[in-house]
Design a binder for this molecule. Structure first.
Ligand code: NAD
Length: 268
């Protein structure tokens, strides 16, 4: 079986460590490089040790450029600014990228998409398989129920998460808006406080909970007259995200330049 040589950007982070551990436990993916923020205590330390698994003989590096020639694909779970830098370096070197980072603003998203004209990029704000099935179910529910059903999206994450609503919640909002033939930004209501007035028909509400060590939970509520449908997805471990990201990494190697999503990876 051909080994896919993976580089992990953000190797000292929560997701980075889960990715390194997932590589260590995989038969067909090998950790070939690990990169952390310059100045990080992790620089020079074996990536396996940082991830809490056996040593992998891959010291954490501070510079992607130094390790790019060792990898087939980069898996990036860092920050939007850093992901954009990495996309530039990978596009120049012809290395595909799996982007798990969330929190891009519109300009950053456009810049990332532009890189995908040079190299294959999977943008995957949620790499769990179950969430993609949930998106399919939500699309059907939104289409069948239409605007008679009020849609509220409630997400919960750990206290250290820096962006809100989550990338997955926004993706859910896009799916609902598209199923109704609407634009998300024109329909979205982000949190409520004070004298908000009655709910507008067709609004898509977002609420974000930040607490403790919750890995990731999303509930979509579709509430009409006399009945309510709820679709909930919960992730109990980052290993779920890591396994999906490695699946995307295997899939994207050898693909032509272009912007892909997890739906392409999963064929769903
Ligand atoms: P984290 O803060 O624990 O880790 C991010 C890491 O990136 C940190 O270690 C940070 O030092 C590192 N980093 C920042 N700048 C860097 C640089 N210049 N070079 C190298 N490393 C750099 O965060 P996390 O919980 O691991 O999440 C990371 C990102 O992944 C967030 O955007 C989060 O929302 C997203 N995420 C996505 C999924 C998914 O399924 N796609 C799942 C969980 C988290």
């Amino acid at each position: 079986m051909a080994l896919t040589r993976v580089g992990v950007a953000g190797a000292a982070g929560r997701m980075g460590r889960a990715l390194v551990a997932a590589c260590a436990g995989s038969d067909d993916v090998a950790l070939a490089a690990a990169v952390a923020r310059p100045g990080s205590d992790a620089i020079g330390v074996d990536a396996g040790r940082i991830a809490g698994v056996d040593a992998l003989d891959v010291p954490v590096s501070a510079a992607l450029a130094e390790v790019l020639d060792r990898i087939d694909v980069l898996v990036d779970f860092t920050t939007p600014e850093h992901t954009l830098e990495n996309l530039g370096a990978c596009a120049a070197a012809g290395k595909p990228v799996v982007v798990g980072t969330t929190g891009f603003d519109a300009g950053q998203r456009a810049a990332a998409a532009a890189r995908a004209s040079e190299v294959a990029v999977v943008m995957a704000p949620n790499t769990s398989v179950g969430v993609h099935l949930a998106l399919r179910l939500i699309e059907i529910a939104a289409r069948v129920l239409g605007e008679d059903a009020d849609v509220e999206i409630v997400e919960a994450h750990h206290r250290a998460k820096v962006d809100a609503p989550s990338g997955t919640a926004l993706r859910i909002g896009e799916v609902v808006a598209r199923a109704r033939g609407r634009d998300l930004e024109a329909s979205a209501v982000y949190g409520r406080h004070g004298r908000t007035g009655p709910r507008e028909r067709g609004a898509i509400g977002f609420s974000a909970v930040r607490a403790g060590d919750i890995v990731g939970e999303h509930t979509v509520l579709l509430a009409g007259a006399g009945e309510r449908l709820e679709i909930t997805h919960r992730v109990a471990s980052r290993h779920t995200f890591a396994a999906g990201a490695l699946r995307a990494a295997r899939w994207v190697v050898g693909r032509p330049a272009g912007l892909y999503g997890m739906e392409d990876v999963l064929g769903a």
